[in-house]
Design a protein around this ligand. Sequence first.
Ligand code: ARG
Length: 577
Amino acid sequence: MTVDPAVALTSAVQDALVAAFGPEFAQVDPVVRPANKKQTSADLQVNAAMALGKRLGQAPRNVAAQIVEHLHAPALIEAVEIAGPGFLNVTLMTTWIADAAGRELADPKLGLPDVPEQRVVIDYSSPNIAKEMHVGHLRTTVVGDSLARTLEFIGHTVIRQNHVGDWGTPFGMLVEHLLESDEAEAELLTTDPNAFYRHARQKFDSDPGFDARARKRVTLLQSGDPETLAIWQRLIDLSLAYLRRVYAELDITLGDNDLAGESTYNDELAQICDELQEKGIATISDGALCVFLDGYTGREGKPVPLIIRKSDGGYGYGTTDLATIRHRSLDLKADRALYVVGAPQNLHFRMVWETAEKAGWVQGTEAIHVQIGSVLGADGKLLRTRSGDLVSLQSLVDAALSRAAEVVAESRPDLPADERAVIAHQVGVGAIKYADLSVAHDSEYTFDLDRMVALQGNTGPYLQYAATRIRSILGRADAVAFDGPIVLVEPAERALALKLLDFGAVVAAVGESLEPHRLAAYLFELAQTFTAFYEHCPVLKAQDSTVRDSRLALCALTLQVLQTGLSLLGIATPEQM
Ligand code: ARG
């Protein structure tokens, strides 16, 4: 049985519609929404009468009255009133809410509704090897990881694909530089990949001999020269050590098995081009093999091509992505293929998918670009260092961790240093992730370290603190189990229970809309609702033991929901803080 009152009310209203107007109304969506709190003290609102009025040729208020007459759900509904043009304002039975909260507490999935299982392929993080991840990759990593966790929690089969950039012309230069490097220089790939890249670049730009060797190396690499491939492999291995460290530090659920870099598609690219040409989808233009699609024009109406083979015979980023969508659809059999990638790449994906569609390479798969907005500095421009580079991921994480350490040192000077370090790490990472996740993934936001580590406001640390505070309340109660029964008397108790019942529906909605910020907003509201409850309703000091047990159960359920919700955002809940 559902714990979601909106679902229960929907089915009660559908029964009433059948009774009032006949079986053909069984599937009508009664449009149940939260009631307008400014106008009524009711909990939910039913909007069905407006649309039905048209269909039945009756006044909506009249339709509403007939629904009410046939609405029989005494365990669920305490009162119904018809308002305005024909809304139904429904007040729920407090005992139904209490019972549902008890069932949610007993459910390991916390009231998550049943959702038909899907196979979801999710491409995220996908940094370029041998270059440091920058702040843009941080956001695709954090958003993608939250989506992967949430979709798995919902029960979908999630296939992660880390489409690292590990191929292409820069690798001639990088391989050549590695060949000429001593151990210390090679080690930079693991510790400071940007420096390695910079050194290679400097040599390339200033030393004509190196330039020539690097260019030759590209050809060797592309022709599969074994010695060159071995050095390339060493370059990749050293770089992956860097990635593994970043993922571990940020608690990102990407492992080696999820790697599916650009190079894995090398053998398919020639065939892809040939097939598109044979099918008449691609044509040669100025020596390059191009796909021209209707509706893609640039300045002065000039058609914008998707170039799949350059005039020098090289393949591009787009060719590889034709291979990714084909693989994800035809081999991995994705119901949904998510590409969690920066918004500026939208045109690229639309052209690639439309081309793949034409070629018959997308079967039963919905390809979705989860667009990631930019992270801005205080000046409103892309976050950059003083020298003009994009801010590196590591420097940003380091800054957040050290600010978090200051915050924890101030709030918990009593704790031993090693415990404080663990908490500071969880708080710092939580702060960064929440800042990324509490904003719609496709909007820009301004990176503000002080704001995001604050213990007050809509921040990760605030939610972590709310959870640890509840944990300490439960720790001080000398009870063994916090399983109720839940009995709701005070309005603040009822409001908290009602809020808790929304969790499953919110998580399911995130799985649909792919918007983790909805979960973040829910958790923030829940924490505030809990605070109001805690101000009005003594828990440990409650006189009556029934009341005390019930409030402890509400605390336990709130903790569960906060902790689970934060974990879906990839945020740990510290033991204490
Ligand atoms: N490596 C690319 C970048 O850093 C992102 C790759 C995204 N995934 C894809 N299938 N194109 O911009």
